[in-house]
Design a protein around this ligand. Structure first.
Ligand SMILES: Nc1ncnc2c1ncn2[C@@H]1O[C@H](COP(=O)(O)OP(=O)(O)OP(=O)(O)O)[C@@H](O)[C@H]1O
Ligand SMILES: [Mg+2]
Length: 461
């Protein structure tokens, strides 16, 4: 599993600051410290041991030189000088840190060299011996029997046994140290995974909340610090949820107030202007009937004037109808939502006869008045946009009821939104505001294949 230490990737981190990966730091730093520690310990062991070996072999060498000076057999004693020298060489060779041998005048060994030293040196690998071995010292003392020189007693320092001892310690200490460092690195990596897993859970919860899912909560945690963090995030989500509910209530209240105001204006127009326009029409019809009875030179002009007044009165009635319809669609004809949509489609067919509009909806669909008004306005604005902006030739309106929503969808074969949007357009913004206030979801026009699709999902009330 990979862990990313970068929290909230698209959060507001200034672009100049490149965040560091916690996981990487927690991995690299202990590894570097471990390697440095091992290297330092190894260097200290080697340096100290090297100095100690040098001192010990030098001291043993000086002692051996003094011993040879004292015990070397005298030249005229008539004794077995060579034998005694060989005995002395064997004794020195048996000492630690030294080797001794007797050679003839041509440098060929007369006594076999002790084998113990060779065996112990084998125990340390060559590179280690090379690192530890101090400068070798040697001395040759003549073995003479007057007047002849019989051979030479050769003494030299031999640090092999000491090196082997240091190697024994070294090969125990270093693997132990390396294992300890590896364990520490493993622990710190495990710890970082633990932290990052928790941070990731909180990050996921925050991401979901940012996407609008305010029911999502950060998981509880047994570590006090993360529990506090999760509690803080959850408290923030609670606060946002209550703010959102309050906001919705306010928007709904605003919408209701504005719709109530519009409804009142529409009712006043409808109730005051309607009867008066009706009376005006009736009076005009009577006046035209009476004018037809009148004969004389001005009767034809009177009839023309009355007909013109009738046409204007009709235009005023249509304008009033349109205004009322715009202010409060549900008032018009007191029909159901599907019926009103049918009327709307018929009106559009008159305005734009080249556009084929299909309406497919269940005639029994009904909702609260604000919801129905919002759906009606959505369909009207979307139709208008499809014709005006998309230059659509075919529009399909579908309205169906699901378990908890009324889904209204418009599909048109127009050229679709340009992507730049409209700076001064109010249509989509109005739909969005009304949808938000009523808890509905609005998908603005988008291309799906060769069609432009717009959708509103209104919850049942
Ligand atoms: N069906 C559609 N086909 C193509 N473009 C669309 C469609 N619906 C909306 N648009 C694009 O979206 C923009 C915004 O639409 P909106 O209804 O908000 O504003 P408007 O129609 O330009 O102005 P207003 O509705 O205030 O008269 C439009 O200008 C248009 O570019
Ligand atoms: Mg518009």
């Amino acid at each position: 599993m990979r862990f990313e230490a970068r929290i909230l990737p698209d959060a507001a981190v200034p672009s100049r600051i490149r965040p560091w990966s916690l996981h990487r730091i927690v991995t690299i730093v202990p590894v570097a410290v471990g390697v440095m520690l091992c290297a330092t310990v190894a260097a200290i062991i080697v340096l100290n041991a090297r100095i100690a070996i040098d001192e010990e072999t030098s001291s043993a060498f000086r002692t051996a030189q003094a011993t040879v000076a004292v015990r070397m057999p005298p030249r005229f004693a008539g004794q077995d000088t060579m034998g005694q020298a060989m005995q002395l060489a064997a004794e020195i060779d048996a000492l630690r840190h030294l080797s001794a041998s007797v050679t003839d005048n041509h440098g060929h060994p007369v006594t076999p060299h002790a084998e113990g030293a060779a065996l112990t040196e084998d125990q340390a690998p060559g590179w280690f011996s090379d690192l530890m071995r101090p400068e070798l010292r040697s001395d040759r003392v003549p073995i003479s029997h007057y007047p002849n020189v019989l051979g030479w007693l050769v003494i030299q320092t031999d640090p092999a046994d000491e090196i082997a001892e240091v190697w024994e310690d070294f090969r125990i200490i270093m693997p132990l140290l390396a294992l300890t460092c590896a364990a520490l690195v493993g622990m710190s990596m495990g710890f970082s995974r633990l932290i990052l897993r928790r941070l990731r859970a909180i990050q996921e919860a925050l991401g979901a909340m940012r996407q609008g899912d305010l029911d999502r909560r950060a998981p509880p945690d047994r570590l006090a610090e993360f529990a506090a963090l999760a509690n803080g995030v959850n408290a923030l989500a609670d606060h946002l949820t209550s703010q959102r509910a309050e906001n919705r209530q306010l928007q709904a209240r605003l919408l209701t107030l504005s719709e109530t105001e519009r409804a009142k204006i529409a009712s006043d127009l409808h109730d005051d202007m309607g009867p008066q326009l009706f009376a005006l029409n009736a009076a005009l019809s009577q006046a035209r009937a009476a004018a037809r009875e009148v004969s004389g030179p001005g009767s034809a002009q009177l009839d023309d004037a009355l007909r013109a007044i009738l046409v204007h009165a009709g235009a005023v009635r249509d304008s009033a109808r349109t205004a009322i319809n715009d202010l409060r669609p549900m008032l018009m004809g007191h029909g159901s939502l599907p019926e009103l949509l049918g009327e709307l489609v018929a009106e559009f067919a008159e305005i734009a006869p080249d556009v084929a509009i299909d309406l497919d909806c269940d005639g029994r669909i009904a909702a609260s008045e604000p919801a129905e008004t919002a759906i009606y306005r959505f369909v009207r604005e979307s139709l208008l946009n499809a014709v005006r902006h998309g230059k659509a030739r075919r529009i399909r309106i579908e309205m169906r009821r699901t378990q908890d929503q009324i889904v209204t969808q418009l599909r048109d074969d127009g050229r679709g939104p340009s992507g730049r949007g409209s700076a001064g357009g109010h249509g989509l913004a109005g739909i969005r505001d009304r949808a938000r206030a009523l808890g509905a979801a609005f998908d603005p026009p988008r291309r799906v294949g060769a069609e432009t699709v717009t959708e509103l999902r209104m919850p049942h009330r």
